[in-house]
Design a protein around this ligand. Structure first.
Ligand code: PMP
Length: 393
């Protein structure tokens, strides 16, 4: 039976990590994988997470199963972090999931259960896992225009034209903030237009919120999500704590489904059912840490302060990189790097140029020219800018 399996295409990012490891050059630079790195190149455990872990060790008395949807306190704390009371609690159903990926997967399975004919619209480009999970589940899919490679900004006109084609009951997958891979995001006016378009067509947004706090701050980064949640009858939110709590390997996420209050019980029962079919109980350790941090004023303040350091570090690197690229290339072609938000930017150079950056300069980025801003530091920014200028010559 196992001999019938077909080979799977290698994951491009994991392949890149492998090549980076095998590269003997001392001055190589890894801008591939999406993890935050501090100026010394480390992905630290956040102070509040360490403190919560210590406290948890002292107070935890059992490791028996949690509830199917996890501990209610986690779901409540996350709903507060994301929605800040924008929606009445009796409209909100939720389950804890293994990371944001688990939340995306459960959301898509829920959509398929509710409406097998619904088409899921994804941005072109999007996080590659969106595409592959939708395909794997056999869900009808279409792309909407998103990125203007010339300007490095959102192709608002193209996006709105495509969203106007969406049918009632279709699902539009949106990145709540910090779009991966482009780094380009709709401005508040554009979000309002997106919201109005969804209201007009009767489409349901599935918001992937993997970087709350990495863009314009915890509140601003949730503003689009809150807008859609207040204005539209049904909204799905797949959120991740991997990045903003730095707990990548703990697999901590949540799927929130907002609908009519009268239907909440059924929606919750379906979310619980999906957890039961797929893995029974969601992982608890990361969810417990997040709950402890969000419920405790001191821990929460320290977490927010450290998250803000992370965010500002990335913003500074963006400014430095935009300036260095301008100085080295003599053009403002890359000015958008400073306007982008989150961990990534798509430079808009060709795959051949990306390849030369790797072979000739030891700079590793994804083939579509997505780079992880947090992979840079003050020393490597000018090195990257010089290398980009050289391959463009
Ligand atoms: N959505 C997007 C857009 C992402 O970039 C990521 C992480 N790369 C995720 C979801 C999921 O992250 P995780 O499963 O690690 O929580």
């Amino acid at each position: 039976m196992l001999t019938a399996l077909k080979p799977q295409p290698a994951d491009k990012i994991l392949q890149l990590i492998q090549m980076f490891r095998e590269d003997a050059r001392a001055d190589k630079i890894d801008l591939g994988v999406g993890v935050y790195k501090d100026p010394t190149g480390l992905t630290p455990v956040m102070r509040a997470v360490k403190a919560a872990e210590k406290r948890l060790w002292e107070v935890e008395t059992t490791k028996t199963y949690t509830g199917l949807a996890d501990e209610p306190a986690y779901n409540a704390a996350m709903a507060k972090l994301i929605l800040a009371g924008a929606v009445p609690a009796d409209r909100v159903a939720s389950v804890a999931t293994p990371g944001g990926t688990g939340a995306v997967r459960q959301a898509l399975e829920l959509i398929r259960m509710a409406s097998p004919e619904a088409t899921v619209w994804i941005s072109n480009p999007t996080w590659p896992n969106h595409l592959s999970i939708v395909k794997y589940l056999g869900i009808p899919m279409r792309e909407y225009r998103y990125f203007d490679a010339e300007t490095g900004a959102v192709d608002a006109e193209g996006m709105m034209e495509d969203l106007a084609q969406v049918k009632a009951g279709d699902v539009v997958l949106l990145h709540g903030c910090c779009h991966n891979p482009t780094g380009a995001n709709p401005n508040p006016v554009q979000w309002l237009a997106i919201c109005e378009s969804l209201a007009r067509t009767g489409a349901v947004p599935l918001i992937d919120l993997a970087y709350q706090g990495f863009g314009d701050g915890l509140e601003m980064d949730a503003a689009a999500t809150r807008l859609l949640a207040t204005r539209l009858p049904e909204v799905l939110i797949a959120a991740s704590c991997s990045k903003n709590f730095g707990i990548y390997r703990e697999r901590t996420g949540i799927l929130i489904a907002i609908g009519e209050a009268a239907g909440r019980g059924t929606v919750q029962a379906n979310l619980n059912f999906l957890n039961r079919q797929n893995y029974s109980f969601p992982p608890d350790h990361g969810a417990r840490l997040v709950t402890m941090i969000l419920e405790d004023e001191t821990l929460s303040a320290d977490w927010k302060a450290e998250l803000e350091e992370v965010r500002l570090n990335m913003l500074t690197l963006r400014r430095q990189l935009a300036d260095a690229l301008q100085a080295e290339t003599g053009s403002n072609r890359f000015g958008f790097v400073a306007e982008h938000r989150g961990m990534f930017s798509r430079l808009g150079i060709t795959p051949a140029e990306v390849e030369r950056l790797r072979t000739e300069h030891g700079v590793y980025m994804v083939g579509d020219s997505r780079l992880n801003i947090a992979g840079l530091n003050r020393t490597t920014v000018p090195v990257l800018a010089r290398a980009v200028a050289k391959v463009l010559r």
